[in-house]
Design a protein around this ligand. Structure first.
Ligand SMILES: C[S@@+](CC[C@H](N)C(=O)[O-])C[C@H]1O[C@@H](n2cnc3c(N)ncnc32)[C@H](O)[C@@H]1O
Length: 295
């Protein structure tokens, strides 16, 4: 990853801003901070989506460029993970957002207010996030920022230095990140999470179906999506076959409770809407198993 703020993180913020602009009774979540992370051109698009007359045009313009997969998939995964966090965090507990990007959950999910939250991200993206939240005056006494490059840095030391407590169960969220890493970095990060996590900890993560990375792909939405992120300078480099995922995670000490696609996860929420999530974009929920050897 280059030394600049992540464009795909900004893209997810736009996708969340679009969803947040829907009427309160229809939207799957509300992220009032998302728009603040957008460059002026994208902010105009998000503002247009807030007016009833222009919403369809603004969102339609975005989907016409990005293709049908990315936005509904991001919306479904956001809602799914919101629910997983709400179910798993406890007051006084810990939550670690790995590759947090412009995710504003520490400020919008009430369940995280009483937790210690660690935001781990590439330093360039994290610096922009902190500057924006600082300008907005968003209180964040419960958030610790941990700048880490998963490809090169020592995540365990960084989290410990930031105050992560290996005796307290934690919820780890790794959303929209593994697909940008090398297999070695994914494996090393999983091993570190397993090493750091107390019994009772949980990991919620996303991965892409490896068949999205080949051409021709069996997923019709893959080509435009994969080419789009590559053009943005953040190519997808890692994926798993769903049928091998359970074993892969087990090798790193995780027992998979749920492994679904954003298409299947989103079915119930998108009932009555024309859009759907994507079969290539997957979300897994796993428990930490086995006691780490030494701490
Ligand atoms: C698509 S964004 C997802 C952000 C956030 N999790 C969300 O869902 O809104 C990808 C994130 O991965 C982070 N990332 C990519 N490669 C990384 C690396 N080598 N080390 C640390 N973070 C990385 C980027 O900085 C960015 O925040």
């Amino acid at each position: 990853m280059e030394d600049r703020s992540s464009f795909t993180a900004e893209t997810v913020a736009l996708q969340r801003a679009f969803e947040s602009a829907r009427p309160a009774q229809e939207r799957l979540f509300c992220d009032p901070y998302a728009v603040a992370f957008l460059r002026p051109g994208l902010r105009v698009l998000a503002a247009a989506a807030r007016t009833r007359l222009l919403r369809r045009a603004a969102v339609g313009l975005y989907d016409a460029v990005a293709g049908p997969g990315p936005r509904p998939s991001a919306v479904a995964r956001t809602r799914f993970i919101d629910e997983q966090i709400a179910a798993a965090v406890e007051p006084g507990g810990q939550c670690v957002l790995l590759g947090a990007g412009f995710d504003a959950r520490p400020h919008r999910l009430s369940g995280l207010a009483g937790c210690r939250v660690f935001e781990v991200d590439h330093p360039a993206t994290q610096a922009v996030k902190r500057a924006v939240l600082g300008r907005l005056g968003v209180p964040g006494g419960h958030v610790r920022y941990v700048p880490v490059d998963f490809e090169v840095d020592d995540l365990a030391s960084a989290l410990r230095e930031a105050g992560f407590d290996s005796a307290v169960p934690a919820v780890f969220v790794w959303e929209g990140v593994t697909n940008y890493l090398t297999r070695a970095a994914v494996a090393a990060t999983l091993d570190t999470v397993h090493y750091l996590a107390a019994a009772g900890s949980r990991l919620v993560l996303t991965y892409v179906d490896r068949r999205a990375l080949v051409e021709p792909s069996p997923f019709p939405e893959a080509r435009r999506w994969v080419r789009g992120v590559a053009r943005a300078g953040e190519p997808w480099t890692f994926g798993l076959l769903p049928e091998e995922a359970t074993e892969f995670f087990a090798e790193h000490g995780f027992w998979v409770r749920v492994d679904t696609s954003t298409y299947d996860a989103g079915r119930v929420w998108f009932d009555g809407r024309r859009e759907r999530g994507s079969r290539l974009y997957r979300i897994a929920v796993a428990d930490v198993v086995g006691a780490p050897a030494a701490r």
